[in-house]
Ligand binder design. Structure first.
Ligand code: HEC
Ligand code: HEC
Ligand code: HEC
Length: 131
């Protein structure tokens, strides 16, 4: 190959690399960084969840299903947490009384992970006070 041919090949490879890599680089710089959930703590300033944060992260679904079973089947509405504190087993009146920012908290995480709880077909989302 002559000099000119080498340069042309180099140029073609360079353009190809830029085209292939740019969406990846773009995502790395902008897209992904923006869509990773930046979870907002409860606006009321509460510091502690029903159970530990790590436990809640992996088990809140099961906890809610257990709460529903206990309330609907047994009529018992009091949950005693592992630290002895008592909570009202209610999606709206308990979870969302602290996590009043549902769209910036629950929804943000679920949207990111493509989970769609159907609970809100029936359960009320309290209106935002400090929107
Ligand atoms: C008394 C206020 C309060 C109540 C009630 C409450 N939470 Fe929380 N929750 C918090 C706080 C504060 C944190 C952050 C804890 C931390 O940073 O250690 C949290 C953390 C979490 C997390 C983990 C978030 C993460 O960063 O991984 C999930 C999930 C969660 N809560 C879901 C729920 C659900 C579901 C309910 C109802 C069953 C509930 N919470 C009830 C205050 C509350
Ligand atoms: C840290 C991220 C995160 C936060 C914050 C979070 N969730 Fe979830 N949630 C998940 C994940 C992940 C799943 C799916 C788990 C699975 O499919 O095994 C899930 C599933 C659920 C489910 C079960 C849905 C189904 O149909 O199986 C319910 C109910 C639920 N979340 C309620 C809540 C509520 C209410 C809040 C806010 C108070 C909340 N979650 C906050 C990550 C989160
Ligand atoms: C078809 C309507 C409907 C859907 C959908 C639904 N629920 Fe319920 N849920 C009810 C009714 C009705 C009660 C009984 C209300 C009561 O006795 O306070 C209830 C009670 C509960 C309770 C205990 C009481 C309270 O105030 O929260 C929990 C916890 C609960 N549901 C969680 C869930 C979760 C989590 C989902 C989604 C995975 C869900 N529900 C979806 C209708 C529904």
């Amino acid at each position: 190959m002559n000099k000119r041919g080498e340069m042309l090949t180099g140029l073609v490879i360079a353009v190809f690399l830029v085209l292939v890599l740019s969406p990846i680089l773009y995502n790395f710089a902008v897209g992904n960084a923006r869509s990773v959930p930046d979870l907002k703590p409860p606006p009321g300033g509460e510091k502690q969840c029903v159970e530990s944060k790590e436990w809640m992260r992996g088990n809140h679904m099961q906890l809610l299903f257990d709460w529903r079973e206990t309330v609907v089947r047994e009529g018992n509405r009091t949950y005693r947490a592992s630290d002895g504190k008592e909570y009202n087993m209610s999606l709206t009146s308990e979870c969302l009384s602290c996590h009043t920012n549902k769209d910036e908290f629950c929804d943000q995480c679920h949207d990111y992970l493509k989970v769609k709880p159907y609970c809100w077909d029936c359960h009320i989302v309290p209106p935002k006070e400090n929107a």
